[in-house]
Design a protein around this ligand. Structure first.
Ligand code: PBG
Length: 335
């Protein structure tokens, strides 16, 4: 190499970008964004029974937990510095019907989990998902008649579902159904029932995505689902439409908004963050978890490193917080 030409580098004018990357302490000093356990919301899948845990084939490392074990998990999450959990029930088959009426049974699995965790771990926030697919017999987020997803009838069911969840101890109601008008209706009825302190995190920019596959196995809706969710979830070719959804949910009274999925939609996170002055959350969904996890398990990538890199990308894009199945693992690693 000693006889290779040396360039004079005059064009640099002394500006060398690598100075700030030379040592670990220097990189720490100039790092623009932070990732901490307080950034995470941990989604938990809940099942019936006592001391029961079941595997989810497509999500290694994630289990469905009976309520008593979910309480234990909540304690671990709180100890790791995670501020909130998002609960999803796997409703037993026998309780599912076309109306999804189990959604507003005040003693349903979701409500029992909310009450038990609120009682045992009052310091952790509880987010309740509102949508019919976790309760109905046909896997759609709304009521179905002659193949059509009914909007206004579904909103009435969502309101009833939100009310039993709030009464059971939900701190945040998170409608994920994408029906028009559900945020305003839920806000109105929560207030009327004395739950004016219960917040709404709207799944505002929720795209019709292939990345939800493992989740549908986890809650037991996938095998029932006929067709797709394209008449209510967003078209992934669009970004202005996502902003219109966010604007409308905020007008209707949402306190926070969410973009979902995460990694393929960082541009939406950034645009929402820059367009609205509200906390923006992002959901790193089940398929994203599966991709990183399975590639890591196969030795194709360093799974832990890829996990942290993906989570950091959400902070860089402007997310206030991240729903991720990696929450506990990442919180322990960072904490
Ligand atoms: C249901 C709901 C879904 C997810 C959260 N709430 C699935 C869907 O819309 O089909 C997906 C979460 C994930 O994939 O991790 N309303």
């Amino acid at each position: 190499m000693s006889d290779w030409p040396r360039y004079d580098m005059d064009f640099l004018n002394g500006r060398r970008q690598r100075r700030l990357r030379r040592t670990a302490w220097m990189r720490d000093l100039v790092r623009e964004t932070a990732l901490t356990p307080a950034d995470f919301i941990w989604p938990l899948f809940v099942i019936d029974g006592q001391n029961e845990r079941t595997q989810i084939r497509t999500m290694p490392g994630v289990e469905r937990l009976s309520v008593d074990l979910a309480v234990k998990a909540a304690k671990e999450a709180a100890a790791a510095g995670i501020p909130a959990l998002a609960l999803f029930p796997n409703t037993p088959d026998a309780l599912r019907n076309p109306d999804g009426s189990e959604a507003y049974n005040p003693d349903n699995l979701m409500c029992r989990a909310l009450r038990a965790i609120k009682d045992a771990v009052p310091e952790i926030g509880l987010i309740a998902d509102v949508a019919l697919d976790e309760y109905s017999s046909d896997g759609q987020d709304g009521l179905v008649r002659d193949g059509e997803i009914l909007n206004d009838e579904t909103v009435a069911a969502m309101v009833r579902s939100a009310l039993v969840q709030a009464a059971a101890g939900a701190d945040i109601i998170a409608p994920s159904d994408m029906m028009d008008g559900r945020v305003a209706a839920i806000r109105q009825e929560l207030d009327a029932a004395g739950h004016e302190q219960v917040a709404i995190m709207a799944y505002s920019a929720k795209f019709a995505s292939a990345y939800y596959g493992p989740f549908r196995e986890a809650v037991g809706s996938g095998k029932r689902l006929l067709g797709d969710k394209k008449t209510y979830q967003l078209d992934y070719a669009n970004t202005d439409e996502a902003l219109r959804e966010v604007a409308q949910d905020l007008e209707e009274g949402a306190d926070m908004v969410m973009v979902k999925p995460g990694m393929p939609y960082l541009d939406i996170v950034r645009r929402v963050r820059e367009s609205f002055n509200v906390p923006v959350f992002v959901y790193q969904v089940s398929g994203e978890y599966a991709m990183i996890r399975l590639a890591g398990d196969a030795g194709a990538i360093d799974g832990k490193a890829a996990m942290l890199e993906s989570l950091w990308a959400f902070k860089r894009a402007g997310a206030k917080g991240i729903l991720t199945y990696f929450a506990l693992e990442a919180a322990r690693l960072l904490g």
